[in-house]
Design a protein around this ligand. Sequence first.
Ligand code: PGA
Length: 239
Amino acid sequence: MIIGNWKMNTPRSDALALANAVVEMKYLESTRVGICPPALWIDSITRIVKGSSILIGAQDCVGDKFGAQTGCINANMVHEAGCSMVILGHSERRTRFAETTEKLLHTIAAVLETGMFPVFCVGETKKQRESGKAFDVVAGQLRPLLTSGLDLGGIVIAYEPVWAIGTGLSATRKDIEEMHAIVREVINRDDTLVLYGGSVSPVSAADIFNAEGVSGALVGGASLSANKFAAIVAAWERR
Ligand code: PGA
Protein backbone atom coordinates (compact mmCIF):
# COMPACT_ATOMS: atom_id res chain seq x y z
CA MET A 1 0.00 0.00 0.00
CA ILE A 2 1.39 3.38 -1.02
CA ILE A 3 -0.36 6.46 0.37
CA GLY A 4 0.39 10.07 -0.56
CA ASN A 5 -0.12 12.68 2.15
CA TRP A 6 -0.35 16.06 0.47
CA LYS A 7 -0.59 17.89 3.82
CA MET A 8 -1.43 21.60 3.55
CA ASN A 9 0.01 21.86 0.04
CA THR A 10 -1.63 22.04 -3.37
CA PRO A 11 -3.87 25.03 -4.06
CA ARG A 12 -7.03 23.84 -5.83
CA SER A 13 -5.75 23.94 -9.41
CA ASP A 14 -2.55 22.07 -8.47
CA ALA A 15 -4.53 19.50 -6.50
CA LEU A 16 -6.89 18.74 -9.36
CA ALA A 17 -3.99 18.51 -11.83
CA LEU A 18 -2.09 16.19 -9.50
CA ALA A 19 -5.16 13.98 -9.00
CA ASN A 20 -5.63 13.78 -12.78
CA ALA A 21 -1.99 12.72 -13.16
CA VAL A 22 -2.26 10.13 -10.38
CA VAL A 23 -5.31 8.60 -12.06
CA GLU A 24 -3.20 8.00 -15.18
CA MET A 25 -0.66 5.97 -13.20
CA LYS A 26 -0.34 2.32 -14.12
CA TYR A 27 0.06 -0.10 -11.24
CA LEU A 28 -0.74 -3.67 -10.35
CA GLU A 29 -4.11 -4.68 -9.01
CA SER A 30 -2.39 -6.07 -5.92
CA THR A 31 -0.95 -2.65 -5.02
CA ARG A 32 -3.28 -0.34 -3.12
CA VAL A 33 -2.59 3.30 -3.94
CA GLY A 34 -4.20 6.23 -2.17
CA ILE A 35 -3.94 10.00 -1.86
CA CYS A 36 -4.90 12.28 1.00
CA PRO A 37 -5.56 15.77 -0.35
CA PRO A 38 -6.48 18.82 1.72
CA ALA A 39 -10.05 18.27 2.98
CA LEU A 40 -11.63 21.00 0.87
CA TRP A 41 -10.62 19.31 -2.38
CA ILE A 42 -11.74 15.79 -1.42
CA ASP A 43 -15.16 16.13 -2.98
CA SER A 44 -13.82 17.25 -6.37
CA ILE A 45 -10.99 14.73 -6.36
CA THR A 46 -13.37 11.89 -5.57
CA ARG A 47 -15.06 12.70 -8.86
CA ILE A 48 -11.72 12.72 -10.71
CA VAL A 49 -10.70 9.28 -9.44
CA LYS A 50 -14.14 7.71 -9.89
CA GLY A 51 -13.85 4.48 -11.83
CA SER A 52 -10.18 4.04 -10.89
CA SER A 53 -8.86 2.08 -7.92
CA ILE A 54 -7.19 5.12 -6.33
CA LEU A 55 -8.28 5.43 -2.70
CA ILE A 56 -9.02 8.83 -1.24
CA GLY A 57 -8.23 9.67 2.35
CA ALA A 58 -8.61 12.55 4.76
CA GLN A 59 -5.61 13.84 6.71
CA ASP A 60 -7.59 14.02 9.93
CA CYS A 61 -11.15 14.16 11.27
CA VAL A 62 -12.95 14.22 14.59
CA GLY A 63 -14.87 11.38 16.15
CA ASP A 64 -18.07 13.12 17.27
CA LYS A 65 -21.05 12.84 14.98
CA PHE A 66 -22.28 16.43 15.29
CA GLY A 67 -22.16 19.32 17.65
CA ALA A 68 -20.69 22.67 18.47
CA GLN A 69 -17.14 22.08 17.22
CA THR A 70 -16.34 25.09 15.08
CA GLY A 71 -14.00 24.26 12.24
CA CYS A 72 -14.08 20.48 12.69
CA ILE A 73 -14.99 17.85 10.11
CA ASN A 74 -16.12 14.43 11.31
CA ALA A 75 -15.61 10.87 10.13
CA ASN A 76 -19.10 10.62 8.61
CA MET A 77 -18.51 13.77 6.57
CA VAL A 78 -15.24 12.65 5.04
CA HIS A 79 -16.73 9.22 4.42
CA GLU A 80 -19.71 10.78 2.68
CA ALA A 81 -17.34 12.90 0.58
CA GLY A 82 -15.80 9.69 -0.74
CA CYS A 83 -12.93 8.84 1.61
CA SER A 84 -12.02 5.28 2.42
CA MET A 85 -9.31 6.10 4.95
CA VAL A 86 -8.20 8.77 7.41
CA ILE A 87 -4.67 9.51 8.59
CA LEU A 88 -4.75 9.83 12.37
CA GLY A 89 -2.11 10.72 14.93
CA HIS A 90 0.39 12.15 12.47
CA SER A 91 3.36 13.57 14.36
CA GLU A 92 2.61 17.03 12.98
CA ARG A 93 -0.76 16.84 14.74
CA ARG A 94 0.63 15.16 17.86
CA THR A 95 3.07 18.07 18.14
CA ARG A 96 0.83 21.01 17.19
CA PHE A 97 -2.41 19.84 18.76
CA ALA A 98 -1.11 17.65 21.57
CA GLU A 99 -2.85 14.58 20.15
CA THR A 100 -2.19 11.33 21.94
CA THR A 101 -3.33 7.80 21.18
CA GLU A 102 -5.68 7.91 24.18
CA LYS A 103 -7.36 11.07 22.87
CA LEU A 104 -7.62 9.56 19.38
CA LEU A 105 -9.36 6.31 20.35
CA HIS A 106 -12.79 7.86 19.96
CA THR A 107 -11.87 9.09 16.47
CA ILE A 108 -10.44 5.73 15.48
CA ALA A 109 -13.70 4.10 16.59
CA ALA A 110 -15.72 6.60 14.55
CA VAL A 111 -13.57 6.04 11.47
CA LEU A 112 -13.90 2.26 11.77
CA GLU A 113 -17.64 2.56 12.30
CA THR A 114 -18.06 4.21 8.88
CA GLY A 115 -16.19 1.33 7.21
CA MET A 116 -13.12 3.47 6.51
CA PHE A 117 -9.71 2.46 7.82
CA PRO A 118 -7.40 4.61 9.93
CA VAL A 119 -3.78 5.06 8.89
CA PHE A 120 -2.51 5.42 12.40
CA CYS A 121 0.90 7.10 12.72
CA VAL A 122 3.51 6.43 15.37
CA GLY A 123 7.13 7.46 15.65
CA GLU A 124 9.84 8.76 17.91
CA THR A 125 11.65 12.10 17.94
CA LYS A 126 15.38 12.44 17.37
CA LYS A 127 15.91 13.07 21.07
CA GLN A 128 13.96 9.96 22.01
CA ARG A 129 15.98 7.87 19.57
CA GLU A 130 19.28 9.27 20.77
CA SER A 131 18.39 8.54 24.36
CA GLY A 132 17.56 4.93 23.50
CA LYS A 133 13.81 5.32 24.08
CA ALA A 134 12.56 4.85 20.50
CA PHE A 135 11.12 1.35 21.00
CA ASP A 136 9.39 2.28 24.26
CA VAL A 137 7.91 5.43 22.75
CA VAL A 138 6.47 3.66 19.73
CA ALA A 139 5.21 0.70 21.77
CA GLY A 140 3.65 3.21 24.18
CA GLN A 141 1.88 4.97 21.30
CA LEU A 142 0.42 1.63 20.20
CA ARG A 143 -0.53 0.04 23.51
CA PRO A 144 -3.72 2.03 24.19
CA LEU A 145 -5.11 0.52 20.97
CA LEU A 146 -4.84 -2.94 22.45
CA THR A 147 -6.79 -2.18 25.59
CA SER A 148 -9.38 -0.08 23.74
CA GLY A 149 -11.63 -2.95 22.79
CA LEU A 150 -11.54 -1.73 19.17
CA ASP A 151 -11.45 -4.25 16.38
CA LEU A 152 -7.99 -3.60 14.98
CA GLY A 153 -8.62 -5.78 11.93
CA GLY A 154 -8.90 -2.83 9.58
CA ILE A 155 -6.24 -0.55 11.01
CA VAL A 156 -3.11 0.37 9.05
CA ILE A 157 -0.08 1.50 11.06
CA ALA A 158 2.47 3.94 9.70
CA TYR A 159 5.83 4.06 11.44
CA GLU A 160 7.19 7.54 10.81
CA PRO A 161 10.29 8.56 12.74
CA VAL A 162 9.67 12.25 13.43
CA TRP A 163 13.27 13.15 12.59
CA ALA A 164 12.89 11.62 9.13
CA ILE A 165 9.74 13.52 8.13
CA GLY A 166 10.41 16.18 5.54
CA THR A 167 14.12 16.21 6.38
CA GLY A 168 15.55 14.10 3.58
CA LEU A 169 16.93 11.76 6.25
CA SER A 170 15.32 8.39 6.12
CA ALA A 171 15.84 5.70 8.72
CA THR A 172 18.33 2.97 7.88
CA ARG A 173 17.07 -0.38 6.77
CA LYS A 174 18.17 -1.84 10.09
CA ASP A 175 16.28 0.85 12.08
CA ILE A 176 13.18 0.22 10.00
CA GLU A 177 13.35 -3.55 10.38
CA GLU A 178 13.86 -3.32 14.13
CA MET A 179 10.97 -0.92 14.62
CA HIS A 180 8.61 -2.75 12.31
CA ALA A 181 9.32 -5.92 14.28
CA ILE A 182 8.42 -4.07 17.51
CA VAL A 183 5.22 -2.69 15.96
CA ARG A 184 4.21 -6.16 14.79
CA GLU A 185 5.04 -7.67 18.16
CA VAL A 186 2.88 -5.12 20.00
CA ILE A 187 -0.04 -5.24 17.56
CA ASN A 188 0.23 -9.02 17.45
CA ARG A 189 -1.84 -9.55 14.31
CA ASP A 190 -0.58 -11.19 11.13
CA ASP A 191 -2.82 -9.18 8.84
CA THR A 192 -1.87 -5.63 9.87
CA LEU A 193 -0.22 -3.50 7.21
CA VAL A 194 2.70 -1.53 8.63
CA LEU A 195 3.84 1.30 6.37
CA TYR A 196 7.04 3.28 6.66
CA GLY A 197 7.05 7.05 6.30
CA GLY A 198 9.74 9.68 6.44
CA SER A 199 11.43 11.13 3.37
CA VAL A 200 10.47 8.22 1.14
CA SER A 201 11.67 9.18 -2.34
CA PRO A 202 12.30 7.41 -5.64
CA VAL A 203 15.93 7.14 -4.47
CA SER A 204 15.35 5.75 -0.98
CA ALA A 205 12.30 3.62 -1.81
CA ALA A 206 14.00 0.46 -3.08
CA ASP A 207 16.03 0.00 0.09
CA ILE A 208 13.09 0.81 2.36
CA PHE A 209 10.79 -1.61 0.54
CA ASN A 210 13.30 -4.42 0.89
CA ALA A 211 13.24 -4.03 4.66
CA GLU A 212 11.61 -6.94 6.45
CA GLY A 213 8.11 -6.19 7.73
CA VAL A 214 7.42 -3.15 5.54
CA SER A 215 4.01 -3.24 3.81
CA GLY A 216 4.37 -0.01 1.85
CA ALA A 217 4.81 3.70 2.48
CA LEU A 218 3.19 6.89 3.63
CA VAL A 219 4.75 9.50 1.37
CA GLY A 220 4.69 13.24 2.02
CA GLY A 221 6.84 15.57 -0.11
CA ALA A 222 7.46 13.14 -2.96
CA SER A 223 3.71 12.54 -3.39
CA LEU A 224 3.34 16.14 -4.61
CA SER A 225 5.01 15.07 -7.85
CA ALA A 226 3.05 12.53 -9.89
CA ASN A 227 6.30 11.28 -11.45
CA LYS A 228 8.01 10.75 -8.11
CA PHE A 229 4.91 9.14 -6.63
CA ALA A 230 4.69 6.80 -9.63
CA ALA A 231 8.38 5.96 -9.27
CA ILE A 232 7.80 5.02 -5.62
CA VAL A 233 4.86 2.80 -6.59
CA ALA A 234 7.06 1.19 -9.26
CA ALA A 235 9.83 0.63 -6.70
CA TRP A 236 7.31 -1.13 -4.48
CA GLU A 237 6.30 -3.41 -7.33
CA ARG A 238 9.93 -4.21 -8.23
CA ARG A 239 11.05 -5.02 -4.68
P1 PGA B 1 7.79 13.16 3.98
O1 PGA B 1 6.48 13.10 4.89
O2 PGA B 1 7.71 12.04 3.00
O3 PGA B 1 7.75 14.51 3.33
O4 PGA B 1 8.95 13.00 4.90
C1 PGA B 1 5.94 11.88 5.31
C2 PGA B 1 4.74 12.11 6.20
O5 PGA B 1 4.76 13.04 7.01
O6 PGA B 1 3.71 11.39 6.11
